[in-house]
Design a protein around this ligand. Structure first.
Ligand SMILES: *[C@@H]1O[C@H](CO)[C@@H](O)[C@H](O)[C@H]1NC(C)=O
Ligand SMILES: *[C@@H]1O[C@H](CO)[C@@H](O)[C@H](O)[C@H]1NC(C)=O
Length: 360
């Protein structure tokens, strides 16, 4: 009975914790991804709009992050504003004198003197330069619609459809060999074009803008059920391991293109982007790919000692070679530490010099 009461300490041995950047554009939830600016003939009207953006970097980095605002569909975008970690600011000539960012901690983009042609998708990207890989870079988008007249009928149609995804951004922790399930809600129904990317990674010239295709599903050209949901393509690296679900959300236009990856390997860790584009029959100028991301981490918590199926005897703690535990009649006792500097030797059933002991 005693064995039950002995606490089995799962010793976590994290190998250099990664710092994860997490970007949120709060207005997405309020208006399904839209920010509007409506012209008003009122003389007090001010042509100014804010694209709100917030982020967390945890654990925090020593240097300030780089703030980048981009415009266009994922991944084909143009930088319109960049505030580098070094302090340097770049503004695209089309936006010269019209855009600014409030502060490094609240990187809200302020657009003044907005023009009709400014409509489109805007991305807030935050890059932790101390971790400038896929863990340290995140972004989210907002759609901007500048209505240049008070009368609706003066505005050329921009279609009633647009791309929209929501990803559950809680980091997914998986043990090696386990299964990762990445949840995504997308617009466009089963007829939309879906791509899951991984990245970004950097090229030799230092541009961190390379996204690797994991799995995709082609768009279906007409709203016709006979055509089915389209063709699924899987990258060779994920062949036999990645699959897309097409759970119908119960609404015609919404569904859940969740990604499942089995037999997780160390090279699978990183950031995954669920992207979607509206079905092809919506021939309008708002077809622009949206995206959100979630991070997959290898769960490197120490494996837990267990007496399941083990003969009576003493065993090395699988999470810590300097500790051992005993099994007796299926009960587990310990783990207990060896004397300082010694590792447990299962073959000899004693604590031994590290040179004599295999330690993973
Ligand atoms: C990012 O923020 C979302 C929403 O606040 C939260 O659910 C998620 O866990 C966060 N992810 C990380 C990596 O901090
Ligand atoms: C989908 O995958 C196929 C096969 O890898 C590729 O040729 C195609 O360009 C991909 N389409 C998209 C939209 O990513």
């Amino acid at each position: 009975m005693l064995g039950l009461l002995v606490a089995v300490s799962a010793v976590a041995c994290y190998a250099g914790a990664v710092s994860i950047t997490n970007v949120t554009v709060p207005d997405r939830s309020a208006a399904a991804g839209w920010v509007y600016l409506r012209y008003s003939p009122d003389p007090t009207w001010v042509n100014r709009i804010e694209f709100r953006c917030e982020y967390t970097i945890s654990p925090a980095s020593a240097n300030p992050p780089t703030i980048t605002w981009l415009k266009g569909p994922f991944t084909d975008r143009q930088v319109i504003y960049k505030w580098s970690s070094s302090g340097e600011v770049y503004v695209h000539p089309e936006f010269a004198g019209r855009v600014s960012v409030e502060s490094r901690t609240r990187p809200t983009l302020v657009l003044t003197d907005a023009k009709y042609d400014d409509w489109g998708r805007y991305w807030c990207r935050v890059t932790n330069e101390d971790q400038s890989d896929e863990f340290g870079t995140d972004e989210e988008s907002l759609l901007f619609y500048y209505k240049s007249t008070v009368y609706d009928y003066d505005v050329p149609a921009r279609g009633g459809q647009y791309s929209f995804v929501e990803v559950d951004k809680t980091p997914v922790r998986v043990k090696a060999g386990g299964t990762a399930r990445l949840n995504c809600e997308g617009s466009g129904g089963p007829l939309a074009s879906i791509v899951w990317f991984k990245g970004p990674s950097c090229t030799q010239d230092g541009k961190c803008n390379v996204y690797e295709m994991v799995i995709n599903k082609t768009a279906v050209p007409q709203p016709h059920p006979i055509l089915g949901p389209g063709t699924v393509n899987v990258s060779p690296k994920y062949a036999g391991r990645a699959s897309l679900d097409f759970n119908d959300g119960g609404y015609y236009n919404y569904y859940y293109p969740d990604l499942t990856i089995t037999d997780i390997r160390p090279t699978d860790v990183g950031r995954y982007w669920c992207t979607d584009d509206a079905p092809l029959w919506y021939q309008n100028d708002l077809r622009s790919r949206d995206s959100q991301s979630v991070v997959v981490l290898l769960d490197d918590e120490a494996p837990t000692p267990s007496c399941d199926g083990k003969a009576d005897g003493m065993y090395q703690d699988p999470g810590d070679c300097s500790r051992y535990y005993s099994c007796s009649g299926g009960w587990l006792y310990g783990p207990a530490p060896c004397l300082t500097g010694l590792f447990f030797n299962e073959a000899l059933q004693v604590c031994d010099w590290p040179n004599n002991v295999a330690c993973a």
